[in-house]
Structure formats: C-alpha cells, structure tokens
Ligand binder design. Structure first.
Ligand code: SAM
Length: 292
C-alpha cells in the first residue's frame, strides 16, 4: 500500500506500508520525475532528498541509488563465485538492470539473457538510472521482453549455469515466479552444479514464505538451498533475503575463494567475509529451514 502525504510544512513524503506487519516507512520526495501506468503495473520515479533516485512499482520501492548495491551484489556474486566456470546466465525480471550490470562484471561470462515482462521498466531505468543501465549494450547481453515463466518452461534442458530471479513481490505477474512448477523448470534448464538465486522477501516478516520457497526448491530437486540475508533500507524494514539453491552439489563445494579475493572489479558490499556470513544460518532463521 502506498500514499503520498503532504505534511503540514508542505514537504512531500512517499510512504510504503507493509501489509499485515504494522510497519511503514517514508522517503522524502523532492520531485516526481515520472509516473505512468504500463500494461503490467504502475511505474513511478522520484528524486528523493536522502536516497537519490528511487523507482516504485505498484506502490513498492524497487530500487534506490543509495542502497541498490547491497541487493544487486548479493543477487549476482555469491553464485558466480561458487560456480567453477559460469558462462551462461539467465536473469528473470531485473528491469532496473542492476543485476545485469553486476553479472557482466565477471570476465568469464559469455552470454546473459535477461527476460523482463515489462519493457517500460527497462526504458524508464535507462533514462533515470544511468549507472544501473550502463552495461545494457554489452554484446554479451540479450534483453527480451517476455514472461519469464514461459521462458523457463520453453528453454532446453541444461541451457544455463546460473539463473537469477530478480522479481517484484509475489503478486500479479510475479506470483508464478515463486511456485514449485517454476522452480522445477529452473532445475531442468540448469547445468549440473548450476544455481538459482531468487529474491525471497523479508526474513523477519515473511518467514512462512521463506520456508515455503525452500520447501519448493528442495521439492524441485535442488540438492542444497540457503537463505542469504543482508541490509537494505528500502525493503522490509532493514533486512532482506535472497535464496540460493544448487543442482547436484552442496553450496560450499568448490567456492573460488582466490577469485573472490582477486576479483577484477569493485564491489561495495560483497567480499570474502561477506560471502561467509551470507552462507551462515542465523539462529532466528533456523526454524524456517527446519524439517526440509
Ligand atoms: N529488486 C526488486 C525488488 O525486490 O523489489 C525487483 C527489481 S526488478 C524492477 C523486478 C521486475 O520483475 C519488474 O520490472 C517486473 O516487471 C518484473 N517481473 C515481474 N513478473 C515477471 C515475470 N513473470 N516475468 C518477467 N519479469 C517479471
């Protein structure tokens, strides 16, 4: 749920309310840069006073200049440094293009297919988020405007080494991106030892959903799965999760520690110590994985 409130002193604030949690937060808006209704969702871009440019889809902040690096680095780098030689990557969703940028930083990557249902998100991001979209013309990248669910259903077995599901929350067109049938298709189209990474909601507020995601991932045939939690400001009250699952091998098998240390590109959050902490299960999350 979202609303813009004009406070008594005429300041403009955007408020995002997390349904059923008793929690909401606000960003101060300096200027509304863009607003439209696409065929799929309401798309707004704000210039904020504290978080740079922020994109809002259907009332939920999807990305802000200030803290995008936490999420985008975690979605891309752990899987790409666990895999012994990732070459072909599929991104589902990801319309702000931040995950695409991070994946293309890896020199061994040969092909990235990004399948985003809503072309308008990419075009508006190209206009307002030049840093996130800087790699869109990389010859290794192919951006398609299709439904990611159909894409994985139709893809050939063993097509990709890593799949990254950078989706909106599980409502509307993204709902099927959280289900057992989708994960089974992801498992089928991965190479052996391949991984899927999915945004898996708030580990504090949505533990039931997190557990269901891992139950479905294991049920789809993944050998190992793990929730990675990290700081955010614009999602879920300060901490968020992405979950990683591997086909045929445990997640701690073959991690390229030396390559993490000598990575030939800058990161602001991800490093060796962060990789270890992302793969460590916090006590409060143990019940979410109990009995899987
Ligand atoms: N990191 C963000 C978050 O957690 O809020 C998500 C960023 S990205 C902008 C999410 C994208 O997923 C949106 O652009 C949306 O259009 C796309 N999306 C939703 N359902 C999809 C589907 N079935 N296939 C492909 N893309 C989809």
């Amino acid at each position: 749920m979202e609303k813009i409130i004009a406070a008594a002193d005429s300041e403009l604030w955007f408020t995002e309310r997390m349904a059923g949690t008793g929690f909401q937060y606000s960003l101060q808006v300096a200027e509304v840069l863009h607003a439209e209704r696409t065929p799929f969702q309401r798309l707004e871009v704000f210039r904020t006073t504290g978080f740079g440019t922020a994109m809002v889809l259907d009332g939920f902040v999807n990305v802000s200049d200030k803290d995008e690096f936490f999420y985008h680095e975690v979605m891309a780098h752990p899987a790409l440094f666990i895999h012994e030689r990732p070459r072909r990557v599929l991104i589902i969703g990801g319309g702000d293009c931040g995950v695409l940028r991070e994946v293309l930083r890896h020199p061994g990557i040969e092909q990235v297919d990004m399948v985003e249902i809503d072309e308008r998100v990419v075009r508006v991001s190209e206009k307002f988020f030049p840093e996130l979209t800087a790699s869109n013309n990389d010859p290794r990248a192919s951006i398609r405007f299709e439904d990611g669910i159909a894409w994985v259903r139709n893809a050939a077995a063993g097509s990709y080494d890593v799949i990254i599901v950078d989706s909106t929350d599980p409502v509307g067109p993204a709902e099927g991106l959280f289900g057992a049938a989708f994960y089974a298709d992801c498992h089928r189209i991965l190479t052996d030892g391949g991984m899927v990474v999915v945004q898996s909601e708030s580990p504090l507020f949505h533990q039931g959903r997190l557990k269901e995601i891992h139950r479905c991932l294991r049920g789809a045939g993944f050998t190992d799965s793990h929730p990675m939690t990290y700081p955010t400001v614009i999602y879920g009250g300060g901490t968020w999760s992405s979950s990683i699952a591997r086909k045929g091998r445990p997640l701690n098998d073959g991690v390229r520690w030396d390559d993490i240390e000598s990575r030939p590109f800058p990161t602001r959050y991800y490093n060796r110590g962060v990789h270890v902490s992302l793969m460590t299960l916090s006590g409060y999350l143990a019940p979410a994985l109990d009995g899987l």
